[in-house]
Every structure is written in C-alpha cells, then in structure tokens.
Design a protein around this ligand. Structure first.
Ligand code: ADP
Ligand code: MG
Length: 700
C-alpha cells in the first residue's frame, strides 16, 4: 500500500544509506520518505537563466554561470587555509573558494570540464568570488531542474555529509518517481471540494517541483491551510473536552495565609498589573472549573509574587501547592526566596529536584502524601509517578513555554480532580502565535514593571574596540556591582565555542585581576553549576563568565552589567532574555552587545532593535518576523520553540482565521468526529499527535 511505502525509512532510499539517514534524522528530524516529502523548500529561485561572468554585480543574491575551471591553488595556513579555483567563460573569470573538503574538491570538479555553476557572488579585494559553489555538468541535470527551483534548509553537519539543498531535491524527486500516484488524500473529500483545494498529490509535487508560479501558489495554499486546520481542530477539540469534562477545585476563602502575608510579609506594594492578575486567578480558581492560565510578564515584572499569592490561596483552602522550575538553579532560588518571604507563617515547604538524595526523598514523599508538606518546589522531578500528593490544588510552572497536554495529563492523574495550572513565561508570545499555540489556555499579562526600575541601557560596540569598555566596567566593579559576560555556545560549533569561552575566562581573569571571576556553562555538572551560581549570588565572585545557562529566571539584583560576546550569533528573544538578568535592582544597568564589524542584514537589524527598545512584546513580534526560514540553527536557538512546516504566522493570519472557522464548523456539526465523512480527520489527528509532529501541540 502506498501509505506503507511513505513510511519507509530513508535508509532504504537509493543514494542515502545508514549514515546520511542518521544525519537527516539528527539534524532535521526527517526519518521516512514521507518526512522528506514534507520537508518543504524555504524559498524558490529562478534557474531558467544562465548569466555571463561580465554581467555579475554585487547585489545579486545568487547567479548561475556556465564555464570551466582553469586551475586550482591552495592558500593560507591553519584555519584560513583554503582552496581557490579560477573559473571562466567567454566574458571573463571569477574565483571559486572552498574552506572545507580541500583535498577532494579537485577530484570532484575537473579542470577543463564544462559546469553549470550556482552560488552567491561576493566581492573580495577587487574581484568577484563564489564561496562553496554548486557545480554540476549540464548533462546530469534532470527534468524540472531548470525552471523555478526550491531551496531547502540545511545545517552545517548536513553540508559536511553532502546533504546540500540540491541533494535533498534529488532525493525528493526520487521519492516522487517511486511512490504510486496519487498520493493518498489527508483531508476528507468534502473539505477538498468545498474549499476548492488541489489534491494532496498535486500539492506535494508542485511544492517541490512547481510547474508554474500559479500551481506553486495553489499548492502552498492547500498545504498551509491543511497544516493550520489540523492545529485548530486539535486545539478546539481539547478546549471543548476540558470545558466539559474538567471540573475544578473551588478556592472560596481568602484566609489567614493570604491575608497575613499580604499585610505583614509583603515587602512592597503590588503593581497594578500584579493586582489585576491576582484578581483574574482568584476568579478562575473560584469558578468551579479547572484553571489553565498562561501568565506572561517580561523579565523582572514580578511573576514570582503572583505565583506565591495564588499558592497561598490554595493553602488557605486546605490544598497543597507546587512550583515547577525548568532547572535546579531556579528551583533552589525559588525555594530560598519563598522560604524567606514566608517566614513566620508556619508553612511547611520542601524542595525536590533530581539531585535530592534518596534519604531525603524518603522523608519528603510520605509527608507529601499525608499532606504535611504544603508547598513543594522542584524541577520536572515533581511529575514522576512516585511523587504522590495528598490534594494538590494548584501547580505553578515557571519559565516554560513547553508544558504540553502530555505533561498536564500527568498532573491530572495525580488527583481525582485536575489541579489548577498556572504557566508563567517571560517569553512574550505574539498574539497570532498565542491564538494558535495556546488556544485552550487563558492568558494574563503583567505589562508593568515594579516602580523605580531604570530600563537597561543597551549599547552596541564592535569587538575591535573592546578596550574602551574596560574602564567603565571597572568603575562598576569598584562601586560594588557585579558583571556577567556571556558567550554563545551552540551544539553546531561546540568545540570552538568552548575554546572561546575558556579563553574569555582566562582573559577576564587577567584584565580584572583584582576581582574574582567565576564560570558556568551547560557542560558542567548540575552541582558544580549550582555552586558557581551560588558564589556569584553571594558575591564571592564579582564577574561571571557564562553561556546562556544564566538565561532563565536567575535573579541577582546587584549585577548591573552584562556583556554579550558575539551578540550577532544570538536570536532576538534570547538577547532580550539575557538582558533581563540585569536591571533587577535600583541601579542603572547596562547591556553591551559586542559584535564583529561585518554583520548580516538580519543581525544588524537584531542589534538595532535591541538598542532601541526594552519592550518584550515588540521584540517578540520582530523576532517572529526576522526569524525567517532558511536558518534552522538560528530558529532552534531562539525563544519560542515551535515548528510549522509551511505556514507562517506573520503572513498567513488570513489562512489561519479561515482554518479556525472551518475547524469550528466541523466540530459544531460533529463534536466527536464520529460521522463517516470525518473519519479521516480523526485518523489524521491521531497520527499527527502520536508522531509528535505537532510540536505546537506540546505547548497548548
Ligand atoms: P520575573 O517576573 O522575571 O520572575 P521576579 O518575580 O523574579 O520577576 O521579580 C523580580 C524582582 O522584582 C524581585 O527581586 C522581586 O522581589 C521584585 N518585585 C516583584 N514585585 C515587586 C513590586 N511590586 N515592587 C517592587 N519590587 C518587586
Ligand atoms: Mg521568574
């Protein structure tokens, strides 16, 4: 059967093999023929025209030339070692440059053979060159490779494994030739007809190999609508289920704990935004329905206090409460903050993380079961099956934008009645995204910072001029302030990133030799990391050299300077999150973005936005716009993790609205999708959910 063929592993596709199949799986999560068919081009280029070398100008995003290689030459030493070739046609010559595969290239592309060259021209010295061009003999071109061409995202590792965009395209062509036509429909006939959509078969063939710009648009529309439609269908179904089935605990009284804390322990007046959100939560938790609320508030807006007040409401009504944090550092910090804030209230608090000793667990777990422990703070360890509450009334999930139905279902199992859930995040989700991803959550926003905060001043400095920086940093240190220095560390370039980090650490120790410098990164053991963090928190170290492990939630009000090295390598949301680590005290804080001199258009824009605004929502919107496709590595790094294969929430909001209407109509007519004409919908939903393809589903 055709569906089975599509489930075939890519290992069994000609020209792939085990190693490349593994790379595809690891790098882009593509395992089967079907996965690859759903790996869509991120852009299209017109390859119908071949240019002459004389015609090249510096503004062309890419060119296609026909010519021959005249000669090869090796240049440079060490990391700047490269291979240069002279390529010519009857109008002139350009240089081709390679930094990798230096040995193999001259064998792959022979001197004197005619090639079609494709690549991005750039200027070097007074000559044009093309770095890592694609070269192919014209006779080896296959049908469909001359008109509108799809371009596919690839990562560094894929390129190293010879999985370039063009190779992916060939593999897809191979699959399309092999599978029986038509590829089975994934939308019910009545929908295809009603919405005037092309068949799936037509859409998949044209999205990869467009017959014309019109068929391409038509194919895109179908695939986008389908993608958004299933998301909406899923969310609306879950929402309906929750509203109908999930009753909730009633927190009727505002009692002793809440009132005493509010009048005696609360160290400051709540902001109006905090008050409003507490009222919203109070209303929800007293409605008889289970609360699922997302609390968005920029870094430093005071979400913890809102969480605490909500938890006290639970306690006042005889329930237990819990806070779950994404890391041990944060869990510890919450534990300490809450313990000190709740002093004198006689509340039993415990901390449970992955590194809680067995002995200690054996004390905590029974007390939790008996209800003696009222407030449990921890990490994902809280969700383990062995953790049994007496009557968990509210769980607060901090700094998470991936707390999905799967995890929530685990909580539902912990009680006969599902506890209320409050998810807090500092990553503001743009409205369109919130509607898509958090369809079944109610949203509260803290849109006001506590009084007296001075917005962080953000400055962009080129790395070459870093010398100028040290004097002012030293002044801050002399005034008793602390400093973060952040380095990028991504898996792609882990080794050299690690070297950079350590070199930076050594250098910092030299430059600021009269101060103590600490270092934290994700490769350290949790306990070591915690110790280093603690040293910084308690001011034993004044400077902390770190990777983005300090990104989330850490609160050191005395730290007033953040220096971000290679800031061009961070996504916008990430930069904003990092910046939120400073500006938490009353002092004027600064964030310094160091970059190299040459920046891509996109990087320049990111840096500019950072220096212009502190508004997290604006930044999130911009991030969504800038995080264009074509840059997987960048996408994975940035704040909001979600994967849409083809739709784009900034541009496809109309299709999104249409998809939602269609889904709503269907569910109004057939809430449980029981009618025969909707069987396929149910099957598709189950398939998409079980494959975890719907990364977004994890979120809602
Ligand atoms: P986030 O929203 O990033 O989790 P926190 O809850 O950690 O922010 O709060 C940041 C800092 O602001 C903490 O030191 C907290 O004590 C302080 N804070 C919170 N609410 C107020 C308030 N209403 N007035 C003054 N300071 C506040
Ligand atoms: Mg926080």
């Amino acid at each position: 059967m055709a569906t089975n063929i599509l489930q075939t592993s890519l290992m069994y596709l000609r020209n792939v093999g085990a190693k490349r199949a593994e790379t595809l799986k690891k790098e882009i999560g593509v395992e089967t023929w079907e996965d690859l068919l759903y790996y869509f081009p991120y852009k299209y280029i017109d390859r119908s025209r071949i240019f002459k070398i004389r015609e090249i100008d510096g503004n062309m995003p890419y060119i296609q030339l026909k010519g021959k290689i005249r000669s090869y030459e090796y240049l440079g030493e060490g990391s700047s070692r490269r291979l240069k070739a002279v390529f010519y046609d009857d109008t002139g010559t350009i240089d081709l440059v390679w930094f990798r595969m230096l040995k193999q290239i001259p064998n792959l592309y022979q001197v004197g053979t005619e090639y079609i060259l494709f690549g991005k021209p750039s200027v070097f010295g007074n000559r044009y060159n093309v770095v890592h061009p694609e070269l192919e003999q014209e006779s080896k071109f296959y049908d469909g490779e001359v008109g509108t061409q799809g371009q596919y995202n690839t990562t560094e590792k894929m390129k190293q494994g010879f999985l370039h965009s063009r190779v992916l395209q060939k593999l897809i062509a191979q699959i399309l030739e092999t599978v029986p036509s038509p590829i089975p429909e994934t939308l019910p006939e009545h929908l295809v007809a009603k919405l005037h959509l092309p068949s799936l078969d037509m859409a998949l063939r044209n999205i990869h190999f467009p017959k014309s710009p019109e068929t391409l648009r038509y194919a895109e529309y179908r695939l986008k609508l389908e993608e958004l439609f299933y998301i909406q269908l899923n969310i609306l179904r879950v929402t309906k289920y929750r509203k109908q089935r999930l009753g909730g605990f009633r927190f009727q009284t505002v009692g002793e704990y809440f009132n005493r804390f509010y009048s005696k322990n609360l160290p400051f007046e709540l902001t109006n935004a905090q008050k409003r959100v507490v009222r919203e939560i109070r209303r929800d938790t007293n409605s008889g329905r289970q609360m699922n609320r997302l609390l968005q508030g920029d870094v430093g807006s005071g979400k913890t206090l809102v969480a605490l007040l909500s938890l006290l409401l639970a306690l006042d009504n005889g329930f237990q409460g819990a806070i779950m944090a994404p890391t041990e550092i944060l869990a510890n910090q919450h534990y300490e903050t809450l313990t000190s804030l709740l002093q004198g209230l006689n509340i039993e608090i415990a901390l449970l993380t992955g590194s809680t000793k067995k002995k200690e667990r054996e004390i905590i777990l029974p007390k939790l079961k008996s209800g003696e422990i009222q407030l449990l703070i921890g990490t994902h360890a809280l969700l383990e099956d062995t953790v049994d509450f007496n009557n968990l009334g509210l769980i607060v999930v901090d700094e998470q934008h991936r707390f999905g139905v799967a995890q929530r279902a685990k909580l539902w199992k912990k009680n006969a009645v599902a506890p209320h859930v409050l998810v807090m995040t500092a990553t503001p989700i743009p409205r369109t995204l919130a509607m898509t991803l958090y369809g079944d959550l109610d949203v509260s926003v803290i849109d006001e910072l506590p009084p007296g905060r001075k917005p962080v001043k953000t400055i962009h400095i080129y790395s070459e001029r870093r010398q100028n920086l040290y004097a002012s940093v030293r002044r801050q240190l002399q005034a008793g302030r602390q400093v973060y220095i952040v380095y990028p560390l991504i898996e792609e370039s882990e080794k050299s990133d690690m070297e950079n980090l350590e070199a930076g650490f050594e250098q910092t120790k030299q430059i600021f030799s009269e101060y103590r410098v600490g270092m934290v990164h994700g490769k350290m053991k949790a306990s070591e990391k915690d110790e280093e963090m603690q040293r910084f928190v308690s001011r034993q170290t004044q400077i902390l050299v770190a990777t983005t492990v300090i990104e989330v939630g850490v609160n050191v009000p005395n730290a007033s300077v953040m220096i971000i090295e290679n800031a061009e390598r961070f996504g916008l949301s990430q930069l904003h999150q990092l910046r939120g680590r400073v500006g938490r005290g009353a002092d004027q804080s600064v964030c310094i973005l160091l970059t190299r001199y040459e920046l891509s258009e996109n990087a320049r824009r990111r840096i500019a936005i950072m220096t212009e605004t502190n508004d997290g929502f604006l930044i999130a919107e911009e991030d969504l716009k800038l995080r264009g496709p074509g840059d997987i590595d960048g996408t994975q790094q940035s704040g909001v993790a979600f994967h849409l294969k083809i739709a784009d929430l900034t541009h496809d909001s109309q299709i999104l609205a249409q998809a939602r209407d269609v889904a709503q109509e269907i569910l109004d007519d057939d809430p449980f999708l029981e009618k025969p004409q909707n069987t396929l919908l149910l099957q598709q939903l189950n398939k998409l959910n079980s494959e975890h393809q719907m990364g977004w589903f994890m979120i809602s």
